[in-house]
Design a protein around this ligand. Structure first.
Ligand code: CTP
Ligand code: MG
Length: 556
């Protein structure tokens, strides 16, 4: 049997040496002080966009052979990478070395001729593969290996956490299991690029760019896909100067405001996706929201998509989060655990409402890490001071300038363990004066709240906005109570770490067990959590088969 917790946990592990596996995420090694500096956000995004342009999505039949399929595709040019995944059906993502191969493949494809229904012809990069001769029943068809696109079950997670050797390892194991994989990242960029093909029917020079958690390093498997229609190429002034005394301008339609422009564009793209977008279902136009959007589900990839336009500030905040996450391996590890903890205790929800959001939680983590002594993360003002002329960026009057070259930021001197940081995070926010103070990552210090709302987290760029305006007092109090309880649990563990009971979830795993209603004393809560029958049987079963699946098992 695998012990649930080693007798003496390694309490000090060097944060720089922590092996945060960030393969597949658009970001550099999390290890702060080793390896080459991470690439800039725009470099990564440009490369991903270019890859996606050379990629196609193919719905495959249930039974087929992989090698002949690849030979068939290679007739159109060399394939640089491919993988399969299961969604509603089996799909192949195929990346060619050259973009021309996609056109060649499109020339070889035909529009289906359905006997009972009619079809709207559309030459996309999303195909269906059919076999001319159906396979004989007797022949052997080896299945293809599919890449998992969903996060591990809670049972599997518990198993991973309980077989880790330290709390630090637990946090890194959770990160590895939940972060976006290389394949999932590619699928997200491909999906944006496929939607871009539909938008290009109206706006040929537009680009659909992903943002939010798909790009900022904080996305977990299964998170939504935020994308925006970038029309800047069309808007930007022509590079060539017209000779003589003449200036040519396009004839355009005028509308009263930028908001109306956004609404009109999204309305038409929404119609397009609904009528012609292959695989786009459940299209909803939510045009009266503060930030108008089109929501739909991309069935083939399984992503819930939110499409906006005119949203450059959000792209900048994705870049900022990417940068913070890439600066030190502890940042993403801590944020993933805090977000998972919040999800487990229903502090967050996929339904919009009074709940705290993942984006707000990430801001709390960043703020907390700015407040450590010495600080683990620089303030946004410090990042602005490091910017050069190329980083200058003002969007609609908001100064969004900060350094993009990560090698210009000095690494932190702080060597605190994740175990300590996790406990201190809960203690810090369990005692934070939310009633009077606002969280401000630009200055890295509390400010007086400018308005009376339960939780105030200043939007780093649109500084008059509160990113957690939606959070109710009840939800904030729930967060505070759970933070206090978790800090208490971790403190108790500290006292007993030399002789841990062998049948209890420990460290991060203990924090993910169901909580009890408020009003029950903390010590009673702890006893009750550990006596929980379901948990006990889960732990027993882990002890039984744990040796087969150690923490090194990378399910991410
Ligand atoms: N955003 C913002 N202000 C808000 C909400 C969102 O600026 N009040 C921006 C952030 O850049 C955020 C992005 O919009 O990253 C997408 O929002 P959302 O999908 O809510 O958050 P994600 O960071 O993508 O997290 P999740 O995985 O929960 O989707
Ligand atoms: Mg999102």
């Amino acid at each position: 049997a695998v012990p649930l917790r080693p007798p003496i946990r390694r309490l000090l592990s060097c944060p720089g040496s922590a092996s945060a596996d960030v393969s597949g995420v658009d970001q550099a090694p999390g290890a702060a002080n080793t390896g080459p500096p991470p690439r800039s956000f725009s470099e990564v995004q440009r490369e991903r966009w270019e890859q996606a342009q050379r990629t196609v999505l193919i719905r495959c039949p249930g039974r087929f052979r992989e090698k002949p399929l690849l030979r068939f595709l290679a007739q159109h040019g060399p394939v640089s990478r491919h993988f399969f995944y299961q969604s509603v059906g089996l799909y192949a993502v195929v990346e060619f070395c050259q973009k021309e191969s996609v056109a060649s493949l499109q020339n070889a494809a035909r529009t289906p001729d359905l006997s009972t229904e009619s079809v709207i012809p559309f030459r996309s990069r999303f195909f269906t593969l059919r076999l001319k001769n159906s396979p004989s029943q007797t022949s052997e068809w080896p299945g293809v290996q599919c890449q998992d696109q969903s996060p591990p079950s809670s049972r599997k997670l518990m198993q991973l956490l309980c077989s880790a050797e330290s709390v630090d390892q637990q946090l890194h194991a959770l990160l590895r299991a939940f972060q976006l994989t290389e394949e999932n990242c590619r699928l997200r960029h491909l999906t944006c690029s496929l939607i871009g093909d539909v938008a290009a029917a109206f706006f040929p020079d537009s680009v659909i760019r992903p943002f939010g958690s798909s790009t900022n390093g904080f996305g977990k498997l299964g998170c939504d896909l935020d994308m925006f229609l970038d029309l800047d190429e069309i808007r930007k002034p022509s590079a060539s100067k017209t000779p003589g005394n003449y200036l040519l301008e396009y004839q355009v339609k005028n509308v009263p405001s930028d908001r109306v422009v956004t609404q009109k564009i999204l309305s038409v793209i929404g119609e397009c996706l609904d009528h012609f977008g292959p695989g786009c279902v459940g299209v909803q136009k939510i045009l009266n929201a503060r930030c108008p959007l089109v929501r739909f589900s991309h069935q083939a990839s399984g992503f819930q998509c939110d499409l906006t336009t005119d949203n450059r500030v959000a792209l900048k905040s994705s870049e900022l989060l990417y940068l913070y996450g890439a600066l030190d391996s502890r940042v993403r590890a801590l944020a993933f655990s805090v977000r998972h903890w919040a999800h487990t205790h229903s502090l967050t929800s996929s339904i919009p409402g009074a709940w705290i959001t993942n984006f707000s939680l990430t801001m709390l983590v960043i703020f907390f890490l700015q407040r450590r002594s010495p600080p683990i993360l620089p303030t946004l003002d410090e990042l602005k001071a490091l910017a050069d002329a190329e980083d200058d960026c003002v969007i609609k009057g908001h100064n969004c300038t900060f350094v993009s070259d990560l090698s210009r930021i000095s690494p932190t001197e702080n060597t605190e363990t994740l175990e300590l940081l996790l406990k201190e995070f809960f203690e810090y926010f369990g005692n934070f004066a939310f009633h009077k103070n606002s969280i401000n990552i630009r200055q890295g210090k509390e400010q007086n709240k400018p308005e009376s709302c339960p939780l105030h987290i200043q939007n780093p760029f649109e500084t008059s906005l509160n990113i957690s305006k939606n959070v109710s007092q009840v939800q904030l109090q729930k967060f505070v109570d759970l933070a206090r309880e978790s800090a208490w649990l971790l403190n108790q563990e500290d006292k007993s770490h030399l002789f841990p009971p062998r049948n209890q979830a420990w460290g991060l795993a203990a924090l993910l067990l169901p909580s009890l209603p408020s009003g029950v004393s903390l010590s009673k809560r702890k006893k009750n959590r550990l006596a929980n029958g379901t948990v006990k049987s889960l732990l027993d079963s882990i002890r039984g088969n744990g040796s087969a699946e150690r923490a090194t098992d990378d399910s991410g």
